[in-house]
Design a protein around this ligand. Sequence first.
Ligand SMILES: [Zn+2]
Length: 380
Amino acid sequence: MTVWDDVVGQDETVATLDRAVRDPAAMTHAWLLTGPPGSGRSTAARAFAAALQCAEHGCGTCKECRTALDGTHADVTVLATENMQIGVDTARDLVALAARSPSVGRYRVLLVEDADRLNDSSGNALLKAIEEPSERTVWVLCAPSLEDVLVTIRSRARHVRLRIPPAQAIADLLHRRDGIDHATALTAARAAQNHIGIARRLARDEGARSRRADTLALAVRIDGVGTAVRGAEQLVAIATAERDSALSERHATEKATLLEQLGADPSARTQPPHVRSQISALEKEQKKRERRFITDVVDRCLVDLLSVYRDALVVQSGAGDIGLVNEDHRQLVDRVALALRPERILAAMDAIGTARERVAANVPPQLALEAMAVSLQLPR
Ligand SMILES: [Zn+2]
């Protein structure tokens, strides 16, 4: 066993990082790991942090390895944010930490999971600390791609690129780590389009599978403006339900904790002004997180939907044996392939792409999706 076991399909990356851990000449103090969502970049970053702390360079079993992997190591700080941007105060806290020597470990590791969310001011605050770090400080920054990171930051870090892990490698991981049978694991990995986290959820969560099935079914359900509007509503409803199941409880807990910290009476009808202002600041953060969550879920639904049309093109071209994303929804794919000519399929894919751009640009999802859904009509 090693710390790299859960980093799947990334032989080159693992080799580079492992060499750095073992050979001082290959080591540097700032790293930038990029890879598409679900490729496992934060898993790779944590494994790297663990290997750096471990006396055996990443045995996977010692206390240093285990605590670094599960996020409780005193000298490994992980910054993961759900906010759109990393604020300058957060960046300054990291800089202050970076100046301190490690307390128990061999290095002080600062892991920034979403380095693409650094803005000009928080990025600037980090610059000097990244360029001239203390002797035993290592920065590990993660982002979807190089282009997402401020030029000033990326020019000061060594870049390591993760690739999209192959479906088979993901299936093996799900089988080995989560005990999922091979066939289910492989179907889930394909359906998730090689996103490790989504594959795991699809393999284990019946609700996630049925939400995906509902999304895919839109491809054959729309035959006019009325069904298009209802289809858009349904997608938004799917996203809202996911948001509620993921965030409601957590947000209520956060609020209760804050009230307790402030010594306020949670049952009071009105709170004193200083409590009110803190509560409203928290609620503002929570609202932002909820919006971001909806945007993310809608985008994932659209990627699912897009895959139906991609599969239909594959079927039409007679190249079905190169592997369908939606092998588990073959009838649906066949219906689309029979009903639409290739140019109509491409138009549908364009409409989905446009909807993704609009949702990312903060157009209300319902509007963006209605416009898209009208283009997804099947001939009656
Ligand atoms: Zn170890």
